[in-house]
Design a protein around this ligand. Structure first.
Ligand SMILES: C[S@@+](CC[C@H](N)C(=O)[O-])C[C@H]1O[C@@H](n2cnc3c(N)ncnc32)[C@H](O)[C@@H]1O
Length: 286
């Protein structure tokens, strides 16, 4: 969908329809930034671990409106490709990359289950909170590793529950995102990405900071202040703002039961030397 199609879709909406929309649809129509877990800090943390150069290639799978693709392209000289199945989100991503005047980022519509790239094409494959939305998970993970070159890094950033959420809250979140999100811990994701062709070498865990009601209102106002939304009829604007606020409050509650982690897997060949005296990093508390 291009920006004219988005404007047409917005103009024909009524408040009742908006009240029943799931989060992805609202994201596509409003250009809600839908920032990845950890936002730019996650991208920078990965770049500290994975040295890239001008001829490196980065793939951002499930890039949505392009936040991380643009961050990668802004911090590294590598060429970055963002892919997503949602054409509306990609239209916004292209607009943002154009505005940022970054020549080293491009976007392609495709499914993670059939990436239109040859084997061993990328030095870094980045997947932030996407795999949980894909039913054929093993096939998607197979694709991530297929397009990764030897010694390349798969960076996955899954959200997981570190304590049990109330059943009613969890059901509401599943309805909001339009997908089954089983209550899973971090071990599930370790199993999901484990493969004989790569080794996990980095595993860092983060918590979400609970946001105040005022901050949520401020953020919804910020999203609604975009030019393509400000000219809408007052009732449509109010319904969109209400729906956004509902999702933010719901996710804020849900994330208090969740954490996310940055997992980095290096594709083989591994170093064949055995290590006798293994080490572990000490934290300040040690
Ligand atoms: C929760 S968003 C995460 C977006 C972004 N990575 C981030 O962290 O903000 C999930 C994204 O995955 C995309 N997606 C879901 N299934 C997909 C598939 N089979 N192939 C490609 N993208 C997919 C959705 O369209 C959406 O943009």
């Amino acid at each position: 969908m291009d920006s004219t199609a988005i404007d047409d879709a917005l103009a024909s909406l009524d408040a009742g329809e908006i009240a029943g929309m799931d989060f992805s649809t609202i994201v596509g129509l409003t250009n809600e930034p839908n920032t990845p877990s950890g936002a730019g800090e996650t991208v920078r943390r990965i770049l500290q671990q994975v040295p890239l150069h001008a001829s490196s290639r980065v793939l951002d799978v499930g890039c949505n409106t392009g936040f991380a693709s643009i961050e990668f392209a802004g911090w590294a000289t590598a060429s970055v490709v963002g892919v997503d199945i949602n054409p509306t989100s990609l239209a916004f991503a292209r607009g943002k990359a154009g505005a940022a005047a970054l020549p080293n980022v491009s976007f392609t519509q495709c499914s993670a289950l059939a990436l239109p790239f040859g084997d061993s094409s990328f030095d870094l494959v980045y997947v932030n909170n996407v795999t949980s939305f894909i039913r054929e998970r093993a096939r998607a993970v197979g694709e991530f590793y297929r397009v990764l070159r030897a010694r390349g890094v798969l960076a996955v950033v899954p959200i997981f529950y570190h304590r049990q959420p109330p059943a009613s809250l969890h059901r509401e979140v599943e309805r909001a995102v339009g997908a089954d999100i089983p209550v899973r811990g971090k071990d599930y994701w370790h199993e999901c990405f484990a493969t004989p062709v790569a080794e996990l070498f980095f595993d860092e865990e983060y918590e979400y900071i609970y946001q105040s009601a005022e901050r949520i209102d401020w953020y919804a106002d910020h999203v609604m202040s975009q030019p393509h939304l400000s000219a809408l009829p007052a009732a449509t604007r109010a319904a969109l703002a209400e729906r956004l606020g509902y999702f933010y409050r719901l996710f804020n509650d849900n994330l208090s039961y969740a954490r996310f982690c940055i997992l980095l897997y290096r594709k083989h060949p591994p170093n064949p030397e055995p290590i006798l005296f293994k080490t572990r990093r000490l934290s300040a508390a040690d």
